[in-house]
Design a protein around this ligand. Structure first.
Ligand code: ZN
Length: 283
């Protein structure tokens, strides 16, 4: 029998998952929405001073109420991985809540609220644990904000929240040479795994920037999932390394959020022709 190369071996689990996906007609998987949040702020702070990615705690609570009233159950990518390996069943209406960058405001304003609702989320944190603020945003005049420390990530992990990797230093991965690309991806996994003392399965491309080479590197590093920032439903038929997400923005109230949850596309913000195109693409 042919000997498996190291690459074959590391990809064995992914291959099994892909086999399970292609062999099944579980429409529920296609319908899972992945919500993308970044920062949270206290509801009394002025909204206008903050970037569009910043959501008030009040709006966030309203979003969770919508999820609760429509019987959605937030799951993690690891839950999905176990389901795809046929080890666990998924709840009837799963949804994945993600927070990019690992801001401390999630720990202060998001975590306690989610706990109260009995819900969990996935946090994409940096692998370079010496970075304590969003220094990569300086050129965009986005205010600096503190990131969660190791202890906070460990606490979230111990409470069933998932910590995924968001590269080491938040560079544009598509612009890096092979060596730097490898380092940003492989090291982010290794560093976070040593902080958590547990495997890390999900990766989120900084700025959503990826291409085939970046996706391949994420797969070779033994991540099972790769998240982009594209709007749209999760599409397992395409690739586990090109997962689409629904962007949640500043000022999005319960109604607007509910529409995003209950309709297949983010039609509220796109023109009629685009709506049509997207719907045709899905079928
Ligand atoms: Zn980011």
């Amino acid at each position: 029998m042919e000997n498996l190369t190291i690459k074959d071996q590391v990809n064995k689990e992914t291959i099994k998952i892909m086999d399970n996906i292609s062999g099944q007609a579980d429409k529920r998987l296609q319908d899972i929405k992945v919500l993308m949040y970044h920062r949270l702020i206290d509801s009394v702070e002025a909204k206008s001073n903050f970037h569009w990615t910043t959501v008030t705690q009040k709006d966030f609570i309203d979003h969770l109420k919508v999820l609760e009233s429509f019987n959605y159950t937030p799951i993690t990518f690891n839950d999905l991985r176990l389901h795809l390996l046929q080890e666990i069943e998924l709840p009837k209406k799963p949804v994945i809540i993600t927070f990019d960058d690992g801001y401390k405001d999630f720990y202060e304003l998001g975590y306690p609220v989610l706990k109260e609702f009995g819900m969990r989320a996935v946090i994409f944190a940096l692998g370079d644990r010496s970075i304590t603020e969003n220094i990569w945003d300086d050129s965009k005049v986005i205010p600096r904000a503190p990131l969660m420390n190791d202890r906070e990530l460990q606490e979230l992990h111990s409470e069933g929240f998932e910590i995924g990797a968001h590269s080491c230093t938040h560079r544009k991965l598509t612009e890096l040479d092979d060596e730097k690309l490898h380092e940003e991806i492989f090291k982010s996994k290794k560093n976070l795994e040593s902080v958590l003392n547990s495997k890390v399965y999900s990766f989120c491309y900084p700025y959503g920037l990826e291409n085939e080479k970046v996706q391949n590197a994420v797969r070779e590093a033994r991540f099972t999932f790769g998240c982009t920032v594209y709007n749209g439903p999760l599409r397992f038929g395409d690739s586990l390394y090109n997962i689409h997400r629904v962007t949640i923005k500043n000022g999005m109230g319960a109604l607007s959020f509910g529409l995003r949850m209950l309709t297949p596309f983010e039609y509220v913000e796109v023109s009629g022709s685009k709506i049509k195109r997207r719907i045709i693409e899905q079928h």
